[in-house]
Design a protein around this ligand. Sequence first.
Ligand code: GDP
Length: 299
Amino acid sequence: LQRLRNGLSRSSRELGDNLAGVFTRTLLTEEIVEELEEVLIRADLGVETAMKVADKLAEGRFSSRTTEEDVRRVVAGEVESVLTPVAKPLELNLAHKPHVILVVGVNGTGKTTTIGKLAAKLTAGGVKVMLAAGDTFRAAAIEQLKIWGERTGAPVISSRLGADAASLAYEAFAQAKQQQADVLIIDTAGRLQNKAELMDELDKIVRVLKKLDPEAPHTILQTVDATTGQNAMNQVEIFRNVAGVNGLVLTKLDGTARGGILVAIAAKHKLPVYFIGVGEQVDDLEPFSASDFARTIAG
Ligand code: GDP
């Protein structure tokens, strides 16, 4: 919880300060409720949640004097009710042998880092993990994944730069089956410049995986960089359509004042949020807790 607090400190401090700022006055007037609504929208929580909070506050407006504490409680309650349905643990069906996790997302959002952290978590729990360096376009991505492989002891299947990503994914899946790995995590390229190409490549990867197991990939996980605010929202929209994403990891929630975007994404897309990234180190991946997040963000 302390880590999350530290991580989210900027989001909550900014929102908290702004809430406090509005409350330098006393009575909760219509004007102040509107101002609060704007503060929440500026904090990226989304119009829908902001309006719900404002409605709740307006309901009790003239009955008694509302304190800053009351407002925080209403914000936290509303945020928690949006986040609770999406805060789910990542469940692995180890009967699959391996459970295949395809990791997608725009370059720089934290795919490779998240794969490394996840591999470390699973390995520590006695799960046998293999990694596939499916971002065959960037030498750095392949190298980074190999470093994570060394760190966690997970074998990394890779091929030369520019090789066909789908062939590599197929080969990795075959090897993971042969070696009876529990989980195979596949990295992918995330170039958004050419959406048709990206879609073709991801489609092809999914198709070849299905040749070995019609249910694969069992999880299609998207990493979303929380520091990019509204852009993050658009990225989820795109990858949901292009890749059939069925789970999210929100990264870089440390050091951002835009953690509120998680609320907007949850309200709109209702996709499970399995983990949050709160730093660059191996332990900086945490299961997502709706109540911790809600309390932290409301200050
Ligand atoms: P990829 O291009 O999607 O594979 O992204 P990378 O995994 O290479 O990450 C891009 C940069 O973001 C790297 O410098 C990572 O160390 C950094 N990064 C990833 N996740 C987090 C996080 O949760 N917090 C912080 N502060 N940095 C992160």
